[in-house]
Ligand binder design. Structure first.
Ligand code: KG4
Ligand code: ZN
Length: 333
């Protein structure tokens, strides 16, 4: 008999639903909330309200695209945390009500574990144990993945996340939110001619707040001397910032690989969509003799396929949540 799982993701500003049958993605629907561009960042209350409007049509569309009747579902997975609490409440309440109505089990999923398990949405899939650099708007983590649901955090950011470094730089440059993909595009037309400092952080942890401040002061000083500096050097500034963020990330990834002796190396999360990071990982992988794994774009940024995949492995283990489960903004492994 087939096992069919519905996944629901609502941790930040994307309302997403996906259907998975026996580990194969049948549909993967995302409604992104453009409204936050007006404010230069995600406004939590606005996000919750948009999730409320989107969730019924998004789930409906995921079921229709998959050609699955809701009565055929074997379980429902939802993002339990970490994320914005109001946003999480919409997805979790919906999932709980639907599971109760259908009489099927409920799986509460850790969003960052799900980003890693996005690698199991489609082949090629990494072999255990592997290392995963998970880089998103809120997190930067180096994780030792021993099995689908057995993961150990080796290092993480002490302050800002890598995605935040992209987004905050974008704000300084007058770019729309989220600025990561825009900086990526602009960087392709420029050269990394400006040298931003590399933080000296011990072990496998990261730091991006010093870089953010260095960029701020650099832009302030240059703009004082030449008010058109940003406009005239935008592509080169973007290329330089992207180069530095990428070098910080890859340096620690290499250190983790050397420390653990692991050569199965993956990246995940929204920033893994970055072309500079993808290229840098490929080059480093070839030089170091690694097998590298980079998700397809649709599985990098927030999506529900990764929630459904994680839910599937929880289902197989019988790791179910009760109706009393509550989402949490902060969540340990
Ligand atoms: O994983 P994600 O979709 O949401 C969170 O869980 O945070 O990641 C969103 C982050 C944002 O900071 C966005 O700017 C960044 O991923 N991002 C990128 C690119 N695409 C998305 N950063 C750099 N280059 C990209 N191509
Ligand atoms: Zn995410």
């Amino acid at each position: 008999m087939s096992i069919i799982i519905l996944g629901i993701e609502s941790s930040c500003d994307d309302t997403a639903a996906a259907v998975l049958r026996d580990g194969t993605i049948l549909s993967n629907v995302v409604a992104s909330q453009e409204v936050h561009k007006l404010y230069g960042g995600v406004v939590p209350e606005v996000a919750s309200r948009a999730h409320q409007e989107n969730i019924v049509p998004v789930v409906d569309m995921a079921l229709k695209k998959a050609g699955i009747d809701k009565g055929d579902l074997n379980g429902i997975a939802f993002t339990k945390g970490p994320g914005l609490i109001g946003s999480l409440l919409v997805g979790s309440s919906f999932a709980k009500a639907m599971a109760l109505g259908l009489g099927v089990p409920l799986m509460g999923v850790h969003h960052m574990q799900a980003h890693i398990l996005a690698h199991f949405a489609e082949a090629p899939m990494p072999k255990f144990p592997f290392l995963c650099l998970t880089v998103s708007g809120g997190h930067t983590q180096l994780v030792l993945v021993k099995d689908y649901l057995v993961m150990e955090l080796l290092g993480e950011t002490l302050d800002d996340a890598a995605g935040e470094a992209f987004d905050k730089t974008g704000k300084m440059l007058g770019l729309d939110y989220p600025a990561g993909p825009i900086i990526d595009q602009l960087a392709q037309q420029g050269q990394p001619v400006f040298d931003f400092p590399e933080p000296q952080v011990k072990g496998l942890d990261f730091s991006f707040s010093g870089l953010k401040t260095a960029i701020l002061y650099f832009l302030r000083d240059q703009s004082r001397a030449d008010p058109g500096f940003i406009q005239n050097n935008l592509a080169d500034i973007c290329a330089s910032v992207q180069e530095r963020i990428t070098s910080i990330l890859l340096k620690k990834l290499k250190a983790a690989a050397l420390q653990t002796g692991i050569r199965e190396i993956a990246i995940a999360g929204g920033v893994s969509a970055n072309s500079g990071l993808r290229k840098g990982l490929e080059n480093m992988g070839q030089a170091e003799g690694w097998n590298t794994y980079i998700p397809k774009f649709e599985y990098c940024t927030d999506n529900a396929a990764m929630i459904a995949v994680t839910g599937y492995y929880k289902y197989l283990k019988g790791d179910f949540a009760g109706q009393d489960v509550v989402p949490t903004a902060r969540m340990d492994w």
